[in-house]
Ligand binder design. Structure first.
Ligand SMILES: Cc1cc2nc3c(=O)[nH]c(=O)nc-3n(C[C@H](O)[C@H](O)[C@H](O)COP(=O)(O)O)c2cc1C
Length: 203
């Protein structure tokens, strides 16, 4: 099939999100200017540079909350933490995505213990195997089809990384032990269970 994305696709669900898969999930903790703790998953998430390490996530919000809490908090306070989403934690990740009021602490909603961060104020998800402490760099305003909505792409610089020793083998991160969770189209997910190595050509 082919369709112009400005026109109807004629299918029960838009297949776009199945065409960019798998997407890692940034499970992002932040604190509002008023001190409310927040946690939510974002699958429009990725690492975008290595030196310095930079990450991005993007939020699609509709009125009356065009800016989701995570975006408002990060823009207001300049800090956030990306907690690694794993297969084991899938139900709690999902629970933390509930459209709760800004004052709701999703750590409590999803029955998750907090751990203090070292360099930023937002807490970490204690049980997550990896945490990246980040400072806000910039927001790029993206085109948005929803009237009054907001598509905001937020970039942050990773200033500190915690990796639980359980998931290190011979000085390397053991991804098969972690089983990172990733988003696909529709309500579908996958997890990373196989790793293979491919060396780059030298010339
Ligand atoms: C696995 C998963 C991935 C999600 N990815 C995104 C995303 O990339 N962008 C987005 O706007 N919402 C995404 N959502 C929905 C948000 O998590 C949800 O709107 C949440 O309530 C936002 O919380 P906040 O207002 O506290 O930031 C996702 C939900 C789930 C379960």
């Amino acid at each position: 099939m082919f369709w112009k994305t400005s026109e109807p696709h004629g299918l029960p669900h838009n297949p776009f999100k199945s065409c960019v898969v798998p997407r890692p999930i940034g499970w992002i903790s932040s604190i509002s200017a008023d001190g409310y703790i927040n946690l939510a998953p974002y699958s429009f998430f990725n690492g975008v540079a290595g030196e310095p390490p930079l990450v991005m996530f993007s939020s699609t919000g509709s009125p009356p909350r065009a800016s989701k809490d995570t975006v408002s908090n990060v823009e207001a306070t300049g800090e956030f933490v990306c907690n690694m989403a794993t297969w084991e934690l899938r139900d709690r990740i999902n629970a933390s995505s509930a459209p709760a009021p800004s004052e709701t602490n999703e750590f409590e909603l999803a029955d998750l213990e907090m751990a203090p961060s070292k360099l930023v104020k937002p807490p970490r998800v204690k049980i997550a195997p990896i945490h990246m402490e980040c400072i806000y760099v910039d927001t790029m305003e993206l085109p948005c089809d929803t009237p009054g909505g907001r598509n905001a792409l937020v970039v942050g610089q990773v200033i500190g990384i915690h990796i639980h020793d359980t998931y290190m083998s011979d000085g390397m991160v053991d991804i098969t032990k972690i089983r990172p969770l990733a988003r696909m189209g529709y309500q579908d997910y996958t997890s990373v269970e196989n790793v293979f190595t491919l060396n780059r050509p030298t010339k």
